[in-house]
Design a protein around this ligand. Structure first.
Ligand SMILES: [Fe+2]
Ligand SMILES: [Fe+2]
Length: 338
């Protein structure tokens, strides 16, 4: 699950800035690249591409990969506390899917000339960003359902257009990711439907979780288009197909009827249908809170990173054993060939 692409530079940056053109690219190669983009073609790893395009993709795909694997943590906390065997099996499958998404995406980013070690190092040292939604706690079981319904739901809105991204390996990875995200969204919604047929205490838990997550999900689409100068370049390159504000609007319009069926209130007094626009109007998002969380000061940033680093360190023996085994196999093959 992931959104907020393009708008979040890695490192200590506070606000997005217009990316300077880093160098002059050879005009002939540039013309060929532009023609491919104009024809809605795909750029493949062996193709020439401008450096800024490569860098943008490395940043976006690695941030996306980090978001998938950090996204395993808030829900992973609930595997041992799932209310039934069925819910536990579903949750394990979902969390495992997110790990798989991370792996496809690290592989896609590696085709652009970066290494997995480099990307993981950037994540573990706090230099790389990931989706800020995972820096909030999961306080009760309803949060798990709401994450599926709203967080994975927002991620799908953002990721479906990425299936048409101009960079081939990223676009192809997204096709399978989106199918799995769709299951994630539905399992969350279904879990909430069941809770909403339960006791008043269960209904209150669902409403409380919706209240805490709604605005953070709207912020997941990233700052308004007017404050996102990099988006224009992303659109030009065929990486971003639909603007952040348009995606956010689609998400609001799709979610309002689902909330009605579920029987919960979305916590926004300004949320209402606008006949003239043919869309729902909605209230102001707290961007100060969003930036505070992106820049490391959300309620769970430190804990998430520490858990992630510990998991990586605890898994060192597995990586070492796998490498030793591969080395032994290689030696055996060489000996047999000799
Ligand atoms: Fe995912
Ligand atoms: Fe997901």
């Amino acid at each position: 699950m992931y959104t907020q692409s393009f708008n979040v530079p890695d490192g200590a940056g506070q606000q997005p800035a217009v990316k300077p053109v880093l160098r002059t690219e050879p005009p002939e190669l540039m013309a060929k690249f532009d023609a491919c983009i104009d024809a809605d073609g795909r750029i493949e790893p062996q193709d020439w591409m401008p450096e800024a395009y490569r860098k943008t993709l490395v940043r976006q795909i690695s941030q996306h990969a980090h978001s998938e694997i950090v996204g395993m943590l808030p829900e992973g906390n609930w595997i041992s506390r799932a209310p039934s065997l069925k819910r536990k099996a579903i949750l394990i499958a979902k969390v495992q899917d997110e790990g798989g998404h991370g792996l496809y995406l690290y592989s896609a980013a590696e085709t652009l000339g970066t290494s997995r070690d480099q990307m993981l190092d950037a994540l573990h040292t706090g230099k790389a960003k990931y989706s800020s939604i995972f820096n909030y706690p999961t306080l009760n079981w309803a949060d798990v359902g709401v994450i599926g319904w709203l967080v994975d739901g927002a991620a799908i809105m953002n990721q479906i257009p990425l299936c048409r991204c101009s960079y081939g390996p990223y676009a192809r990875a997204m096709v399978r990711v989106c199918k799995e995200e769709s299951f994630h969204q539905r399992q969350g919604y279904e879990a909430l439907l069941v809770m909403m047929q339960g006791t008043q205490a269960q209904k209150d838990m669902v409403q409380d979780a919706v209240n805490r997550y709604w605005w953070k999900c709207l912020a997941m689409f990233g700052p308004p288009d007017a404050d996102s100068p990099n988006s224009v370049q992303g659109m030009r390159w065929g990486i971003k197909r639909i603007s952040s504000d348009d995606l956010r609007q689609k998400f609001v319009d799709a979610t309002v009827p689902q909330a009605k069926v579920l029987g919960v209130t979305l916590p926004d007094p300004d949320l209402k249908w606008n006949e003239e626009r043919g869309h729902h109007d909605y209230g102001q998002i707290d961007w100060d809170e969003f930036w505070a969380t992106v820049n490391g000061n959300g309620p769970m940033n430190k804990e998430r990173l520490a858990t992630r680093v510990k998991a990586y360190n605890d898994g060192a023996w597995v990586r070492e054993a796998a490498l030793a085994h591969a080395h032994k196999q290689q030696q055996r093959t060489l000996k047999e060939a000799a």
